[in-house]
Design a protein around this ligand. Structure first.
Ligand code: PXG
Length: 295
């Protein structure tokens, strides 16, 4: 459980960890975030998450008041103070406290919050049986408006899609680009397997450059499975040999039904199962040590 929460360089018990109602993260969704996992006392892909956080903030011209190295150390220290070995870490950087107007010049310093908590994950049987999903009516944001590569505090189109999922009693939705290409889930990237090859939508179509996505591409490479980043539509999704989603929380999870159509006969495919196993080995064996004295 989160015991001590990092707010602007200091640690507070959860009930005392507070951010101003004048913070532009609250007033305008003006900020960025990361969701990170710890496995067995190690933070998985910590530098990659920190780098993505700073890239997202750079796009918003939002200066983060600590160095990347200090941010990585603050993440580890937050885990230590919460006694986390396996868990979920949320880093939030918002524009900071300002007045009620939009102008970011009124917010002299960004607010940095780090929470290390338990993780709620999909039940293990879903990794053996696979998820059901549907295509959402809500599209990904246009890259000409707010590029979806920016992991910003404005997740409203993902939330609208999640509300669709809730209404349909489904755990996930598949989101398309404004042009109708298949892009990703509400908080997961998507892969299909076609003729022994992995295909995932390119980032320029509006997919987040997922850290889990990159790990899966790397694992596939090591396993000699070809991988391509290519645009595809609903036809390729419905007729794929296999399909799975990837994300920090979901890891690698099979998708076996979309829009009440079975994919690959409605059961997880062999390449998906091999990748799930390889991913679990990778998360168990690598990462930044939270408790270095144990190494
Ligand atoms: N696409 C989107 C839109 C995301 O928000 C991913 C893909 C997967 O990326 P990573 O780097 O995690 O492999 C995300 C992940 C959660 C949660 O608690 C996760 C995300 C956002 C909000 C909540 O599962 N981001």
């Amino acid at each position: 459980m989160a015991k001590e929460i990092y707010v602007n360089g200091k640690f507070y018990p959860p009930e005392q960890a507070k951010v101003s109602v004048f913070d532009h993260g609250y007033l305008y969704g003006d900020g960025v975030f990361e969701g990170i996992r710890a496995y067995g006392g190690r933070v998985f892909k910590l530098d990659e998450h920190v780098n993505r956080l700073y890239r997202s903030a750079d796009f918003l011209l939002l200066p983060i008041p600590v160095s990347k190295a200090a941010m990585a150390e603050a993440v580890l220290e937050t885990c230590r103070r919460s006694g986390i070995r396996d868990g979920y870490i949320r880093v939030v950087v918002s524009r900071g406290e300002g007045d009620l107007g939009l102008d970011p010049r009124k917010c002299p310093v960004a607010t940095v919050v780090i929470i290390a908590d338990d993780i709620s994950i999909y039940p293990e049987e879903l990794y053996r049986q696979g998820l059901r999903a549907a295509t959402a009516a809500t599209r990904r944001n246009s890259r000409d408006a707010l590029p979806p590569q920016v992991k910003s505090l404005n997740y409203l189109n993902n939330i609208l899609a999640k509300l669709e999922a809730n209404r349909m009693g489904l755990p996930e939705m598949i989101m398309r680009s404004p042009e109708g290409y298949v892009v990703e889930g509400t908080s997961d990237n998507l892969f299909i397997v076609v003729g022994g090859r992995l295909v995932t939508p390119p980032v320029y179509l509006g997919a987040l450059a997922g850290i889990t996505r990159a790990v899966v591409m790397d694992l596939a490479d090591e396993m000699g499975i070809p991988v391509g980043e290519e645009p595809f539509g609903i036809f390729e999704l419905y007729s794929a040999d296999e399909c799975f989603l990837t994300g920090t929380a979901a890891e690698v999870i099979p998708l076996v039904e979309v829009d009440e159509r079975k994919i690959a006969g409605g059961a997880p495919g062999p390449i998906t199962m091999r990748l799930i196993e390889a991913f679990r080995k990778r998360t168990a064996a690598t990462g930044a040590a939270i408790y270095p004295e144990e190494d």
